[in-house]
Every structure is written in C-alpha cells, then in structure tokens.
Ligand binder design. Structure first.
Ligand code: DAH
Length: 340
C-alpha cells in the first residue's frame, strides 16, 4: 500500500507537470482524487483492514490527498497567472505609435469670405440684412429705377418664375426691402447672398454666384463716405498698400454711379497680365442712391442721401487667391477645397 502510494505520487507529479490548461488539470484531479480514482479504490479496502493497519493506511491516504490537493492548487495558480500575463502582453499598447487622424472638415472658401466680409462691416457698425432668393420683379427691378423695357434689364438675363417673380439677379432688391421696413429711419446694412443670371457658365461666369450689397441712408451722406468706406474695405481685403479710384459708370438705381478699381496687387501699378497693363483692377460697382429709389421707398430725397455698392464675392476671392476658374468653387473637389 505504501509503495502503491509512492508510485501514485510520482505519477501524479508527472501528470501535473504536463498539464497545460485548466481542463487538463480538472481531468487530472478527477483521475487521482475523484470517485473512480485509484485513491478511492484504496479507500474501499479500508474496512477489510485491522484497526492498527487502518490507522496507518488512513494517515498515508490522507497525506497523499493533502499532497495531491496542494500540487493541484499550485498548478491552478500557475495556470491563472500565466493566463493573466499572456492577456496583458496581448493588450499592451505602444503609445509611441502614430495616432489615428480624424478628418475635420472646414468652411468652404466662399463661406470664409462671406464671414470675413460680415465681420469687417459689423466692425463698422453695419447690420446684416437678408432677402429671399425668389424675388418680386417689383423689388429686383421696378423700384430700383429699372422699369419694364429698360435696357439695363437685358444685362441681367433672368430666371423668371412667373410674370411677377424671378430668381433675384442681384442683391440690390434687399435695399428696397430694408428701406420699406425701416419706414423712414436711417439705414446702414450689408447683405451677402446668392444671385442668379441666365449666363453661360464659363471660367468667369456662373448662372449662380454671390454678391455683397451695401446700403447707407441718412441725412448727411456724401460720396466721400462711400469712398472712405470702400477704401477701408479694399485695404482690409487686399492689403494696406493699395489705393482705390472711381471711374464714371451707370446703374439705374444710383446717380452718380461709379466702377471702383483697386491698385493691381500683383504689380502695384507697374502693369502686368492680371491688370492688362493698366495698373488697376475693377472690383465693384457703387454710387449715390438715386432719388427715385429713395422717394419710391418713402424717403424724402431732399432730406436723405445714401450710398450703395454691390460686389461679387467670388470675383474678390478669385483675385485674392489667383483662382482662374469660378467653377472650382462649386465643383466640391477636395484637392481644391483643402488648400484653403
Ligand atoms: N447690382 C449691381 C449688379 O449686380 C451691382 C451694384 C452696383 C450694386 C452699384 C449697387 C450699386 O448697390 O450701387 O451689377
């Protein structure tokens, strides 16, 4: 019996040494300590032994059982530790590896310009006005001193919805809306927004583009105010070294009307391809609000004067960044958009 137990101990030790996982350990445990184990077989012999023998054998069997349980417990801990170590090794992160880059969008170049223009004018105490893109013929033309049949309408080939409504061809109708709403009070607004013309789409024309309209009406407004304001705006947009100049022009809703030009910011007046050797670049139209417009909107032109201007936002952005095709703004090609 003693010998049998010694052999059993050795066998058990070897078996446990070869165990690789918890299942195998459980199997080994069952084999050596379970109901059908050799230990149980030995225990079953006990009743047949004398009292004296039983005492000794009982002690030996107990000793074996303790030995086996200790070995198994130690192995169980070993397996557990190994499992934890392996998992930690697998989960290890290398904080020096490059991170994942999340693509953050940005504002479209035209939105950036829109925002910048608003900020400049808010800084000058202007309010931002808005108007609908589907506009009345009455506001888009008629009350802007451009009656039906006026040749100036031809220059703005238009998308009509019916006899009275069209997609606005300019932001100027917001002048009328603003004056009507102000009911005779002074007005100082800019209005950025989309306009539509039945133009051929080419590198510098689009059937839809954006303008910034400006209107100031008060009792003591002169052309010097217009010039000072536009000079400030152009210096903000194109740099401090620039000057502006007015050239006579015609718009039905202003009198006098001017084209505003800035010093060519590429050659600073020396003459180059951009300014067609003139040293100047035309950027917007402006003028003093026509008395017919003022009186039509309920303002006494003897008491009130005003200036107005209208600027193409795309045109200014194209000049600033040397962009030569207006269609790039609307194409949504990330290779273009990501540059700004
Ligand atoms: N509405 C004109 C256009 O689309 C631009 C313009 C010129 C607006 C002179 C004005 C202005 O307010 O005074 O061509």
């Amino acid at each position: 019996m003693e010998k049998q137990l010694i052999v059993l101990k050795e066998e058990l030790k070897k078996a446990i040494d070869n165990v690789e996982n918890i299942n195998q350990l459980n199997e080994t445990k069952a084999k050596y300590l379970g109901k059908k184990s050799s230990l149980q077989d030995l225990m079953k012999m006990m009743p047949r032994l004398s009292v004296e023998e039983r005492k000794n054998v009982g002690r030996s069997l107990n000793e074996f059982k303790n030995y086996a349980e200790e070995l198994i417990a130690r192995k169980a801990k070993e397996l557990h530790d190994l499992k934890v170590r392996l998992r930690l090794e697998k989960d290890k992160i290398d904080v020096t590896l490059p991170g994942k880059r999340f693509a953050v969008g940005r504002k479209h170049l035209l939105d950036q310009a829109w925002q910048e223009l608003e900020d400049i004018f808010i800084g000058l105490g202007y309010q931002i006005a808005e108007g609908p893109e589907i506009e009345l013929d009455l506001y888009n033309f008629e009350m802007l001193n451009t009656p039906k049949g006026h040749p100036a309408r031809d220059m703005q080939d238009s998308f009509y919805i019916d006899g009275n409504n069209l997609l606005r061809t300019q932001t100027s109708p917001v002048q009328i809306r603003t004056l009507l709403a102000a009911k005779g009070d002074p007005v100082k607004i800019v209005c950025p927004g989309k306009v539509y013309r039945r133009d051929n789409d080419d590198a510098t024309h689009s059937h839809q583009f954006m303008q910034l309209e400006g209107l100031v009406v008060d009792t003591d407004i002169t052309m010097a105010d217009l010039k000072g304001t536009l000079r400030f705006l152009m210096k903000k947009l194109f740099g401090d070294r620039l000057e502006i100049r007015f050239r006579p022009s015609f718009f039905p809703f202003t009198e006098p009307s001017v084209e505003v030009e800035v010093t060519c910011f590429k050659c600073y007046g020396n003459g180059c391809g951009l300014c067609k050797d003139s040293g100047w670049i035309e950027v917007l139209g402006a003028g003093m609000v026509h008395p017919n417009v003022l009186s039509g909107a309920g303002y006494d032109p003897k008491k009130y004067q005003g200036f107005a201007f209208g600027m193409g936002i795309e045109r200014v952005v194209m000049l600033r960044h040397g962009i030569d095709d207006i269609r790039l703004f609307y194409g949504n090609d990330p290779r273009f958009l990501e540059q700004f």
